[in-house]
Each structure stands twice: as structure tokens, then as C-alpha cells.
Design a protein around this ligand. Sequence first.
Ligand code: UDP
Ligand code: MG
Length: 309
Amino acid sequence: MKKVSIVVPAYNESENVQELYLRLSAVFEKLGTHACELIFVDDGSSDKTFETIQTKCPRTKFLECVGIKLTRNFGHQNALRAGIEFATGDAVITMDSDLQHPPELVSEFISKWESGVKIVHTIRSYHQVNFKQLTSLFFYKMINFLSPTFIYPGIADFRLLDRDVVENLKRFKEYDLFLRGIVQTLGYRQEYIKYEAAERFKGETKFTPLKMVKLALTGVTSLSTIPLYFAIVTGFAVILLGMLYLVYILYAKFFLSSVIPGWSSVMSVVLLIGGVQMLILGIIGIYISRIFWEIKSRPAYLIEQVVRC
Ligand code: UDP
Ligand code: MG
């Protein structure tokens, strides 16, 4: 019997993990053709998430639960990475623990995979538009504008990867892996399933606005160096504007009768150039910080404990 691993990062999700386990057990029970290795990665929760995994998710006929406890909160992407690297299944599915990713879609994943698709993505449809979805749409627009890798708007870390893909993915040793982008660049036969995201089962979102901005910046700077070219383009534009202004100054000096030395124009030029330089420094700074973290090559996550239930 083929085995499918399901990797689920969980950060303070004690109210959700058991429900997800039950729904997934039901899915595999109904399928009756595949075994499931359900891997919960506890990303440094401060509530009873790990205890719940240990005590409330016993083995069933088709499903075996594994709990990986990270030593602290390493963030969603690193938790996913920990789970994917740990997984032993012939395919690996990643999904959220809050049931926003419908567990029932797993059977659709499996049938596509069995028909030979190596990577199955999901695209969330945007029906009711709220603030979060607007910012996420904006994020995808920006990333597609700034990087050569196209990412479908609404794609999430809810996908299936074949074992071959996982083995290749493991060779990407970079710090701060941005899975959504990297997976797109892997090649293989990739297909998309559309789905309607459900409401969070219990609790609140674990993504603070700061975490989202960080993810967006990681996304852009890990996929592309185009922002660095912006620095050059902006630099040229400012030089051009400066030269045009110089022409005007010379014209004014020689041909206009009364030239009052302008405080305001001097100030505006100084401020403009100062601003542009800060911007460019900031962009370069982000890339240098990426090199900084890369060169340290610290482990992306630390595992404290693994339990098989
Ligand atoms: N998550 C995590 N570590 C974090 C933040 C989130 O493992 O630092 C997990 C969280 O438990 C959930 C998934 O990542 O299973 C997605 O988070 P959430 O549902 O809060 O994000 P949203 O759906 O609001 O974007
Ligand atoms: Mg969620």
C-alpha cells in the first residue's frame, strides 16, 4: 500500500489538531487504498498542542500520527520544512492545521498524483473579499512584477509533492526557504486544483502583520534580484533629473534678469536625492542581510522531541 505523508505545522492550535486528525482519518478510511502518515510539527506552541497530538490522535487502520516538537517558534515555513524533511511517504501533502484547507481535498490530490502529476497545487478562490485577501492579492501582484518566477495569486502552502520532488527539494539548502516560489521553479508536471477556503475552525490567525511583511520580503528577495536593478534605474533617473535642472539653472543664470537663490529648490533636491539614496541602501541592505544569514548556515529548525502515536 502506498503511503502519503501529510505535514501540518501547528502553532498554538490545541483546539484544531484533533478535529483535523478526525477529518483526515475519515478521508483515508473512505479511500481505503492508501496509508497516511500524519505529521504535526509543533512550532513552539505555548498551549497544549503537543499534548493533544500525543493523547488525542491514536493510530487508526489507515492513519498513523507523528508529533514533532520544535524547540521554539521557527515560523510557518521552517516548520513545513522540518515536516517535509522528516516525511517518509511516497507523496507529501502540506496543509494548515486550522481546517481552512479542506481535508476532503486530499482524495483529489491523490487521484491526480496517481494519474502521474508530480506537483499538485491549490488555488484559493476569492469570493468574499476582505482586507487580508486584498493584501495577499497585492503581494502576489508585487512578487510577479518583481521576480521572474510566476506565482498564481491565491496559491498557498497546501499542495502535494511526489517523493522525487521532495528529494530534489531537500537539496535546496538555502536559509529562509520560500516554498511557494521554489516549488514553482522545480519543473515537473504541475497541476492546479481550485478550492474554496473554509473559515478557521477555532482560534485566531497566527500570522501577525509583521510576519506577513517578512514573508513578502523573503518571497521577493529569495526569488529575484530585480529590486537591485531598480536601484540603478532610479539612480539614473535622478541623475537625469539633476542634469535637466542644471540646464535650467545655467539658463536662469545667464538669460534671466533676476535670479533669487532658491532655498526651497535646493532643499527639495537634497531631500529627493537623500530619499532615493536611503531607499537604495535599504534594498542593498536586505540582500546583504540575506547573505549574512546564508553564510552562517544555521539550521533552519531544531527538533526537541518526536513521538509516534
Ligand atoms: N503557523 C506556524 N508557525 C507560525 C505561524 C503559523 O506553524 O509561526 C501555522 C499555523 O498553526 C497554521 C498555519 O501555520 O497551521 C497557517 O497559519 P494561520 O492559519 O494562522 O494563517 P492564515 O491562514 O491566517 O494565513
Ligand atoms: Mg489559517
